[in-house]
Design a protein around this ligand. Structure first.
Ligand code: GLC
Length: 742
């Protein structure tokens, strides 16, 4: 049993009131009470606390960044914690290298007189995302779209295994922020705009902390970071206490009820007071009212912001600690912090009671994690980093996070057997773009930054061997002969304030140019939007036949193709209200504003999906004698024209299922002076006729009408032909789309 499992299991068993044999100690025999795992944790904490000097206690409250501290510093300054900031990794950046780094720091901590292990924190916010080769899961906004709390717990478990496999034992996740204004650069770190989603998704805390090698989870950022005015990161949340309690507090209540081990304070202010200075919120509400028994950590240099000036003062140190912050994240200035806090305690401006309370909380979590018994990396978990099993969970999460927002003519799912598809868009073949911020580096970046499957690779893997997939990022080279164009577009990576969008929230010029190129071809366009939030797309939407919100899926891009080609009927629903215009921000459920798509929106494939979605003559897989031309019918790019007797179109792999269709609707136009007819036939140009449509002049070549006729009994899979006959004129009809139905 791994050290963490033993520790956590022990905690669980003891919590359950059961007794269990004390696990055998791998290290030296227990010589002092606090080193005896058979004793209750409060007893061990009390014994250890009684042996600690002031400096040792202050050391436990100090968290330094790995790049600013040596192993010797850890020993000499009695540091209780080290962290990796976003992208801060050992070289080479791989799981084993991380484990070696961790063990180095840990052995340095164990070299202190009392051998108190340190706790190492990382932002594993969508997988162990600082580590090359780790599984990268969808960011929280995508997980919110799944509404699948059990899945999210399994993700927590998988992340805990990968984090443990590198030694690290504290995850600064989940963000339980409730993003109310999508302009905020951290919107994608939110599970949704309504607290109900984040509260339900605290199952990830259970996944991270129990059921295997456990890591300490962190509910962040307390409190109200997602409610700042204008969506300004680290800004001011100007709302009443009742609204703060109704919108932003519930997820933290849920996390505390699930036993979350730590809470991180928000940079933001509430009605002008920085949360890092807010004793009412931290001590009165969180610790006393909610009964939070874990420990509270500041954000990165968060105490510096209390007075609005760079750096921190003695006043800020004592204000933060007296407000109830137990551990302070001082990445570089940790020496100054230690000496400043020592002075404040010696001057009586911070009481020993406060210092002891902070230490009691921190040490309790270290004992519960089993760090005293098993302080070093349990390398049995190292091989789980990026494992196939974890990537399968991630692909499932990608599938379930896709939200189908438009599906004109039932164009989705696309048939795998079509002759050819055109893929375009800057985000189609880019692991970095599809993963977003907090991936390998803090801000994220472009390119093959870590092993994974791009959305394009997923598309190629999904279609049949005979189907050609052409890719060009700008759409150059597309023509009307493709079954459909798949445009994968959206945002490039960002994190925190760098992602704030105070101005426009539309697609960038690169994507707009690509989409225009595709539109000009007349080929139906399926848009896959890779973004960390809803974007302002109302103006472009009418040109799109389908829209799938993919969010930031991470390394397992195949999950997008699972939906596009029908291997998974989409179940995702919007966790955020989708604006009609950026000027509507903030826009949330129930605020009376009219959205483009409402909170909870999301389509499934039509029940009559297959074979009844054979729509859009330009989707044909083969034709003889016809040509494409610009079309003015609603939603139409191009129609099939120049049709004479003897011409035909065909569609491959039409599966009529076991229940025959009742009728077929054909969308046609004719400027001809003669009549003719369209015959729907099976398997060959001279095969069985299942429906016949009489064609006469409709008033012009772009005067479109719908003609419905009954169909003969047809079931199973066929190549479906449209044959054109009976007309004396060289050109007698134009066809836009048709639809079979029951
Ligand atoms: C960052 C973020 C916080 C993160 C911390 C450590 O600035 O605000 O979410 O956990 O610093 O990287």
């Amino acid at each position: 049993m791994s050290r963490r499992l033993r520790g956590a299991f022990a905690a669980l068993v003891l919590a359950a009131g059961l007794t269990m044999a004390a696990p055998p100690l791998a290290g030296p025999a227990a010589v002092l009470p606090y080193q005896d795992p058979a004793l209750p944790i409060p007893t061990r904490v009390a014994d250890l606390l009684g042996r600690m000097s002031l400096d040792e206690k202050i050391g436990q409250m100090t968290q330094a960044e790995r790049g600013s501290v040596s192993n010797a510093d850890v020993t000499n300054s009695r540091l209780g914690s080290v962290l990796s900031g976003g992208g801060s990794a050992p070289s080479p950046n791989n799981a084993t290298s991380w484990a070696n780094m961790y063990d180095g720091f840990q052995n340095a901590a164990l070299a202190t007189p009392l051998h108190i292990p340190l706790i190492y924190g990382v932002d594993a916010v969508h997988g162990h995302n600082n580590v090359v080769g780790a599984t990268i899961f969808p960011h929280n906004i995508g997980l919110g779209a799944t509404r699948d709390t059990a899945l999210v717990q399994r993700i927590g478990r998988a992340v805990a295994e990968e984090v443990s496999g590198t030694g690290t034992d504290w995850d600064f996740a989940p963000c339980l922020c409730v993003a109310r204004n999508d302009r905020w650069g951290r919107t994608y770190e939110s599970f949704g705009e309504d607290p109900e989603i984040a509260s339900s998704m605290t199952t990830i805390v259970t996944g991270l902390q129990t059921g295997g090698p456990s890591v300490l989870a962190t509910a962040k950022h307390y409190l109200g970071d997602g409610g700042t005015t204008g969506g300004v990161d680290q800004g001011n949340t100007q709302i009443s206490e009742s609204e703060l309690r109704a919108i932003h507090l519930p997820p933290f209540q849920a996390a505390v009820q699930r036993g979350v081990g730590s809470v991180m304070i928000s940079y933001s202010s509430w009605n002008g007071l920085k949360s890092h200075a807010n004793q009412y919120l931290i001590t009165t509400v969180l610790k006393t009212e909610l009964g939070f028994a874990g420990f509270v950590v500041s954000d990165w240099n968060g105490i510096d912001q209390i007075d609005g000036q760079p750096g921190f003062t003695a006043a800020e140190v004592r204000t933060a600690v007296n407000a109830g912050i137990d551990m302070v994240m001082v990445p570089q200035a940790w020496r100054t912090f230690i000496s400043t806090l020592r002075t404040e305690v010696q001057a009586g401006r911070v009481t020993m009671a406060r210092i002891d309370d902070a230490n009691r909380r921190i040490l309790t979590k270290k004992f519960e994690l089993g760090l005293f018994e098993r302080p070093l990396t349990d390398r049995t978990w190292t091989s789980t980093v990026g494992s196939a099993a974890h990537r399968d969970i991630a692909r499932e999460a990608v599938r379930k996070s896709q939200v189908l927002l438009k599906n004109q003519f039932g164009v989705l799912p696309l048939p795998k057997t079509a002759n050819k598809y055109f893929v375009a868009g800057k985000s189609a073949d880019n692991i970095g773009y599809q993963s977003g911020g907090w991936t390998i580096s803090w801000q994220g970046s472009s390119g093959a930054i870590t092993p994974g499957t791009t959305i394009l690779q997923g598309i190629r893997a999904a279609v049949s061997p005979g189907t050609t997939v052409t890719y060009n990022a700008t759409g150059a080279g597309i023509d009307g002969s493709y079954k459909a164009a798949i445009a994968v577009v959206g945002e490039t990576p960002y994190a925190e304030g760098a992602g704030d969008r105070p101005g426009g929230m539309g697609l960038d010029s690169t994507d707009l140019a690509t989409l225009n190129t595709l539109k000009a071809s007349g080929v139906p366009v399926v848009v896959v939007l890779v973004s960390g939030r809803p974007l302002d797309i109302a103006a472009q939407l009418p040109d799109w036949h389908a829209l799938v919100a993919a969010w930031l899926p991470g390394t397992e891009g195949r999950g997008v193709a699972d939906v596009l080609f029908g291997d998974y009927n989409p179940t995702g629903t919007l966790p955020m209200t989708w604006m009609q215009s950026a000027s509507q921000q903030p826009i949330n459920r129930g605020d009376g504003k009219t959205p483009l798509f409402g909170y909870g929106a999301g389509q499934q494939f039509p029940a009559t999906q297959n074979p009844y979605n054979i729509i859009g003559a330009v989707y044909y897989d083969g034709q003889q004698g016809t040509q494409l031309e610009r079309c003015t019918d609603g939603g139409c790019g191009q129609n099939v024209g120049w049709i004479a007797t003897g011409d035909w179109l065909y569609y491959d792999g039409v599966d009529f299922g076991a229940t025959p269709p009742a009728r077929v609707l054909t969308r046609l136009a004719s400027g001809a002076s003669t009549t003719g007819r369209i015959e729907y036939r099976l398997d060959s140009p001279t095969g069985t006729v299942v429906a016949t449509v009489q064609v006469a002049n409709t008033g012009g070549w772009q005067s479109w009408v719908s003609r419905t006729v009954t169909t003969g009994a047809v079931t199973g899979v066929h190549r479906l032909y449209l044959t054109f006959t009976g007309a004396t004129a060289a050109d007698f009809v134009n066809v836009n789309w048709f639809q079979f139905s029951r």
